[in-house]
Each structure stands twice: as C-alpha cells, then as structure tokens.
Ligand binder design. Sequence first.
Ligand SMILES: [Zn+2]
Length: 265
Amino acid sequence: MNYESKPNFLWELMTWPEVKAYLQQMDTVILPCGAIEQHGPHLPVDIDYFDAKYLAHQVALACADPKPLVLPAIPFGVSYHHEDFRGTISVTNDALSRFVYDIGMSLAKNGVKKIIILNGHGDNAPTLSYAAQMINRDAHIFVCVDTGETSDVDLYNLIETPNDIHAGEIETSTTLAIRPQMVQMDKAVDGTLSFGSKYLDYDSDRGVSWYVRTSKISESGILGNPTKATAEKGKIMWEHMIQHLVKFVETIKNTPLEDLYQSRY
Ligand SMILES: [Zn+2]
C-alpha cells in the first residue's frame, strides 16, 4: 500500500461525511481478520494478519469503482494451539466472536448491507462463522466468511506437499512473493505431516474437523514444507486469490441484498 496518496476505499482514512456519502453508493465492506502467532523459525508472527490485510487491499484495488470499503484488519485470533511457541498471542473464541459481532452490528447501524470477512487464519473459521450467523440473525444483513475457500483448490494444485497448512510451502511462497526480506530461508525445515487416516488429512475433500496442539505434531512449529517454497509459486497463488475474490466481491457488490438469497429478506 502506498501511504503517500489517500486510497479512497479505506474506512479509517475517511471523514464521517465521506463515509456517509460513500455508503450511499456502496453497501459492501471487507473485514480482514488475522492472527499473531508463531510461523516456524523462518517467518514472522504477523503472517496471517499481514496477508489478510494485504489481500483485502489488493482485492479492493482491483475491483471496479465504486470499490468495496475495507475496514482496519483485526490482528488477533484464536491461536491457543500455538501457545507452546513464544510470540503467539491468542484471544478466546468467545472474545473474537463477540468482537466481530459488535463490529458487524455497528456496521449495520451505519447502513452497511453486506459484510465479507476475509479470514487469514484457519482456526478463526468456526468462530467467525458463528459471529457471522449471529450478525445475520440480529441485523438481517448478508455476512460471509472466506478462509481461502475461493482459491484452495488452485493453491493445492500448485504445491507438492500434503497437509501444507502452516508456515509451509504455501505461506512461505506467498511471503517470498511480496516480502522476501521477511523470510529466513536458511532456517526453514521440512515439517511434512502424515496422519493415520485420510479423514484426518487437512487437504482431503473428505476430511473431518479435528483439533491438536501444534507442539504435539511439530517441533519447529511448521506444518508443511517451506523448503519447496518459491517466489514464483507465491506470485501465482496471489493472482489466483485476488482474481477469484474480485469476481466474488463484484457479484456481492452488484446484487441487491434482497436478491442475494432469493429475496428471502
Ligand atoms: Zn498462517
């Protein structure tokens, strides 16, 4: 993001009359949500927060005018499973869902009709879905959560590592592509996982949800294989993620709320 000019889609940089005027022509906002947690010995703890924020900005930039409004990113998430590694800061599921619910209800009072939550951290997903459901229940507006579903298939097709879910081939590639100075490749180690059942595989179509403390299955904190990461793969991954989300956001933006769910509201 270039901070010398004032991007016209960042909520926090607007005056209140500007927000009011913008909301007359645009009813869709993007809320990025991340985490501050260990990402192995080779990546900084901000990956999920930075990437969610970066993705939201890139998607808004690539959207047609009027662009969706982008909210300040939520830095902290549900990361208790990484607590055995220093640098991890975790909030409870209750605190995060309550926080997101309050933001959503406040957005609805502002006149926002559609909220797209861009989630950079897999383990926030159930909590954010719960908050989205409660905002929908109480404010009757559209709320959705994308935790990479719009591009997961394309990303897994680009990599060789199974169960590459944390600080591995994907996240190291995406960081090499946009912030190579943040990657200490000499400290990257192979943390490829294999489980006793295909139903436990994280990237399986038939996988079940299950929970484990990271230190039980990884000494380095890596779940995947960062040694296979390249900036080239990372660039293609960002292209997929941005393209698919732009397409999705444009559809949400351009569909009146009453039509989004077959006029159910
Ligand atoms: Zn991550």
